[in-house]
Design a protein around this ligand. Structure first.
Ligand code: ATP
Ligand code: MG
Length: 729
């Protein structure tokens, strides 16, 4: 028997050894789903001799993808794993679209707009439509369009859906349908795709271009998907198309950890899978290898309060472990202090390292108090979710040059740099260019190229012409020079680097260092061995830009650094830590005020609570504060209703609930609105807006009010909070 199989339990082994045909693994947290997926890939390669090029594995983060490759390499003892297509939906689809986008009318070197770029385009469009951008806030409109895209609702469909119209009218924003349409057209004109487009354009490609469909169906003989519960309808449909030829698709997930319904994910995907593939093998893993019995029991109890779930058992042979500690503090600052003090104490007492701790919270804003106390105590930490390196102004400016060189249709980037560094092309000129471009239905770049024709004269004309010549010069390098050589040329010729160097203020120095850092990272990119099949040696600018746009905050930081990790619960999905602090368990914060209006929302908050509890291997603290600053105001908080749900024997409190299976119907059969909101949304909509003209029906979702405040020991600063039970696990 292969060594990598020996540690697995029977069901895990069955999942790994299953070769052909659809297979679904639905199992609770820490039961080895990711381990099975990784081992399965290794087994396909080592035993069945499946070529790495024929395997597609989709993970939740790029980091998870990298780790998966590393583990497989370790198991196989060779570097074959580098040829796997492993990554997030976004990064894998972007890579595929880079070779296929021309079929859809995009340049193959299309630009990927991050959320900032996308909101910039929206702002432009909203202004051009003479709408009030205070009412039509780009943020709000962006989210609305994003939901539509992830549900595969196109502008035309959006415009005619009864409930969608009602909802937009209710929020007093009836023009979103037109904005959506204009935005989609502008992105296309700019030769750009936003993050959501990477999914829907992939779908359109496979749906409308049989050659592409056959090519990738043939290529990806084995498809594997981790965290399947968080896929949305667009992703679901793409996978269905890709897997149609071989049906060798393996999905692993846990409906109890579905926490992305606000992005359109729906656990309906899990139920639908069994209907779409008739001969599907379903495997349930029930042994948890991660957590102590106490932690697992609490998690099981909590999630049993959700009605909407697939019933499953989860048990462990691990030690019983310590009880879960509940700590109340007077304020958020004291909560921060308590956590930092406890980390220090635990390090001394139980020989933990910084890397063994995670502080997990519901919202990014909560990080401040923890950062302050950790810094004061001199404890090294890494915060995930802050301002990304690539969102800094100087970096965005520099990168905008590179974007224009690769894709001159990219109007957002063009506007950013046309007068940076200052070259005498003022706002009036830029506005004119945009206007000419719109009226003649050409790109802004084409206006610049034909500047004399549009009446530009004198100094302005000269500046425009110099700029055009410069960009064209850079473009001519693209075929022969790698990303670094082009970027270096840009930095030198534009004087950007020199100007930043001459700015001797502290901020100026920082900006200079950041741009140097960017250049270093481009160099590193060009020097890392390539693993692209077909396009081997693609070290060009286009490939580089694609890579950085899809980097998430988590990818920029070293996960192995010996630091305490701070992140939201959403970001902690799939991870595990010996010691976890689940912070801010307060009403209105967790469950969040935004998510307590329906049973569906509340159940999703409870799943988040389940996720945070199950990140802990041996020790778990749950903390909450009586008061905290929110939007500059001191707010008093009730303890979270979820605390009530933790049974007495694990926490000196008791509360129990029940679970009923609820299956529902396929999203694919629902209305556009249903797809955007997930299963059952129409019922919800009916509650809000009344039944549609043709239909009358009553539904009242149940709501569980919070119980009285739990009795817990109050935390006072100093050594009072040294835990009495110190058995180390
Ligand atoms: P999550 O739902 O949180 O994503 P998961 O089901 O993917 O969890 P894994 O992360 O794969 O679970 O595994 C949890 C832990 O249990 C890991 O540390 C893994 O190495 C370990 N583990 C899984 N299976 C076994 C096994 N058969 N023997 C020993 N350890 C195991
Ligand atoms: Mg996992």
């Amino acid at each position: 028997m292969h060594e990598y199989l020996s540690g697995l339990n029977e069901r895990q082994k069955q999942a790994v050894l299953h070769k052909d045909g659809p297979i679904m693994i639905v199992a609770g947290a820490g039961s080895g789903k990711t381990k099975v997926l990784t081992t399965r890939i290794a087994h396909l390669m080592a035993f069945h001799r499946v070529d790495a090029f024929n395997i597609l594995a989709l993970t939740f983060t790029n980091k998870a993808a990298r780790e998966m490759k590393e583990r497989i390499e370790k198991i196989l003892g060779n570097a074959d794993a580098r040829n796997l297509y492993v990554g997030t939906f976004h990064s894998v689809f972007a890579r595929i679209l880079r070779g296929e986008a021309h079929r859809l009318g995009y340049p193959n070197s299309f630009t990927i707009y991050d959320t900032d770029d996308a909101k910039g385009v929206l702002k432009t469009v909203i202004n051009e439509m003479n709408l009030d951008d205070k009412l039509y806030k780009p943020n709000v409109v962006y989210n609305r369009i994003s939901s539509a895209k992830n549900a595969l609702v196109n502008p035309a469909e959006y415009a005619v859906d009864y409930y969608i119209q009602q909802e937009d009218a209710r929020s007093n924003r009836p023009a979103i349908a037109q904005i959506y349409d204009a935005y989609a057209k502008r992105c296309f004109k700019n030769g750009a795709m936003d993050f959501d487009d990477l999914l829907i354009k992939m779908y359109e490609l496979l749906k409308n271009f049989p050659e592409s469909l056959h090519k990738f169906q043939h290529k990806f003989k084995y498809i594997l998907i981790d965290e399947y519960q968080d896929t949305n309808p667009a992703q679901y449909e793409v996978i269905k198309l890709l897997a149609a030829a071989h049906e060798n698709v393996c999905v692993v997930g846990d409906d109890a950890q579905s926490i992305y319904s606000f992005r359109g994910a729906t656990i309906q995907n899990i139920l639908q899978f069994q209907k779409d593939y008739e001969d599907v093998t379903v495997i349930k893993l029930e042994q948890n290898y991660r957590s102590t019995q106490n932690i697992l029991n609490v998690a099981n109890e909590i999630i049993s309060n959700n009605k909407n779930q697939i019933p499953k058992e989860l048990w462990t042979e691990n030690a019983e472990g310590e009880k879960i500690r509940l700590v109340r503090t007077m304020s958020d600052n004291e909560e921060g202090k308590f956590v930092a003090d406890t980390i220090q104490e635990q390090k001394l007492r139980n020989h933990f390292s910084n890397r063994d701790f995670a502080i997990l919270y519901r919202t990014n804003a909560q990080s401040r108090a923890f950062e302050e106390s950790l810094r004061r105590m001199g404890i090294a930490y890494t915060m995930f979710g802050g301002v990304s390196f690539y969102s800094r102004k100087e970096i965005k400016d520099f990168v905008a040059y590179l974007r224009v060189v690769v894709n001159t249709r990219d109007e957002e980037a063009l506007k950013r740099i046309i007068n940076y560094p200052v070259r005498g092309i003022g706002k009036t000129t830029i506005d004119k260019c945009v206007l000419f471009a719109n009226t003649h239905n050409i790109s802004m770049w084409e206006v610049l190229e034909q500047a004399p024709r549009f009446g530009f004269k004198g100094g302005t004309l000269e500046s425009i012409e110099n700029f055009v010549v410069f960009i064209k010069g850079c473009q001519s390098m693209l075929q022969l020079k790698n990303a670094y050589e082009v970027a270096f040329h840009v930095g030198k010729q534009t004087n950007i680097v020199k100007e930043l160097f001459n700015d001797k203020t502290t901020e100026g120095l920082q900006r200079y260092e950041n741009v140097q850092e960017l250049l270093n990272s481009i160099k590193e990119f060009t020097e890392t061995p390539s693993n692209d099949d077909g396009e081997v040696g693609d070290k060009g600018l286009s490939a580089y830009l694609q890579q950085i746009t899809l980097l998430t905050d988590a990818d920029e930081k070293d996960p192995n650094a010996d630091t305490v990790k701070l992140m939201t619960i959403h970001a902690a999905k799939g991870l595990e830590f010996p010691v976890v602090f689940a912070a801010g368990l307060e009403e209105m914060l967790f469950p969040n005020a935004m998510s307590i209006n329906t049973r569906e929302e509340l159940e999703e908050e409870r799943r988040l609570f389940y996720v945070v509890i199950t990140r802990a291997k041996s020790k778990l603290w749950i903390t909450y504060a009586n008061s905290r600053y929110k939007f500059g105001q001191l707010v008093q908080n009730e303890p979270s209703r979820f605390i009530e749900e933790i049974p007495q024997q694990y926490l000196d409190r008791s509360f129990a609930g029940g679970g009923i299976r609820n299956q529902g119907t396929s999203f694919a059969q629902g209305s556009a609105f249903d797809r955007m909101r997930g299963f059952g949304a129409s019922e919800q909509a009916e509650k809000l807006y009344g039944p549609p003209p043709s239909k009358r029906k009553d539904t009242v979702p149940a709501y569980v009010p919070p119980k009285s405040a739990p009795k817990v020991v109050e935390h006072k600063p100093s050594q009072d909070f040294v835990p009495s039970d110190t058995s180390n696990l």
